[in-house]
Design a protein around this ligand. Sequence first.
Ligand SMILES: Nc1ncnc2c1ncn2[C@@H]1O[C@H](COP(=O)(O)OP(=O)(O)OP(=O)(O)O)[C@@H](O)[C@H]1O
Ligand SMILES: O=C(O)[C@@H](O)C(=O)CO
Length: 422
Amino acid sequence: MPLLGCIADDFTGATDLAAMLVAHGMTTVQVIGVPHGPLPEADAVVVALKSRTAPAAEAVAESLAACEALLAAGARQIFLKYCSTFDSTDAGNIGPVADALLKRLQSGFAIACPAFPANGRSVFQGHLFVGAALLSESGMENHPLTPMRDANLVRVLSRQTEGGVGLVPFAVVEQGETAIRQAFTRLRDGGRRYAITDAVTEAHLHALGRACAGHALVTGGSGIAMGLPQNFRDQGLLPDRSDADALPAPRGAMAVLAGSCSRATLAQIGLARLHVPVLELDPLATPDAAALLAEAEAWMEGKLSEARPVVIAASAPPEKVAALQQALGREAAGALVERALARIAAALVARGVGRLVVAGGETSGAVVQRLGIATLRIGPQIDPGVPWTYAETAGAEPAGLHLALKSGNFGARDFFLKAFTA
Ligand SMILES: Nc1ncnc2c1ncn2[C@@H]1O[C@H](COP(=O)(O)OP(=O)(O)OP(=O)(O)O)[C@@H](O)[C@H]1O
Ligand SMILES: O=C(O)[C@@H](O)C(=O)CO
């Protein structure tokens, strides 16, 4: 029976959260899509949806269905995972989904905390920073699907909910759990539904996590989850575990597929180009998924190896992304590239790839769905927020694939190389 039931709005975000829980001693399984049938045995179950950019009504319906399945399995607390860069549009989906979950859980208050210091995400006076830059000047203002042009999270979340949004500022968080709990009570009594919480260090996240022990719903990035396993240990519900991240040995050829256009992914491709074979697809010149697949299939012939990875990327800088979006429309451009990359993933696996890194949340969603994977067991982290995972269930195609789903902005510059030596 899961103690913590999690709903993630994209697939890389789900593995990021799962990695955090595993690292803090909870066995964790990631389930792809709304579960129908019994849930796998684990201390935490993370339901990975592809709801970040779906129409709000669809995101709400899927999240509620996931919540029902988690509650039916016995989950004692629900966690809504969204991006540490708060990726969303003014129409949602963070506000609408959190509103619906609070209503279902008959609760009137939750925190919203995307901070993740290990990856440079901090919240100060309600403003989200990526490294030293405000969110709105971090490159996220050019995101292909959810451009983030306002770093003030109180304002951003207020545009997505009719509930009031308040702030628990640094000065309070710094004082620790008791002061944070008192601030929550003040905000709730003052009619606020959400508290954006400042957090700059992991100590802040642990204190916030402790203060959320009795909350029916916690919302945020994976960082805020680091304090939650201890709450279950304190209640005598979670035993000490030393091998929560054990996976079977990897096998087969190695490959990377990149659909993320983030600065981090572009830099990772740039470095990989110096060391391993890299195919850069040009969807602007070839706006046709079947033709892109054919190009990749011809290129991969004779290149797949168990000694070093190959990289196939559609990723492009903002001006090229904008050009394709102008030609096809934003959603159609994304969908075309996702379709092509998903089909290329299937071609790689059919040719013996057993270790696959996928860069980009939407891209990972498309790939995992195309491969027919139902659950992922979570293993050790390669870099903060990116673990190796293992597709283990009957019906997974093929059984035994090792997958790393990399959030666009995560990973060191040599990620596409070091992943295969980890
Ligand atoms: N050359 C391109 N032109 C236009 N769109 C592209 C191009 N390459 C990729 N895309 C699209 O950009 C989107 C990138 O989103 P994705 O979620 O995969 O990456 P990300 O946002 O960087 O990662 P994350 O969500 O993990 O932060 C996808 O829909 C992808 O298909
Ligand atoms: O929180 C993050 O930054 C990631 O897990 C993510 O959700 C990117 O898609």
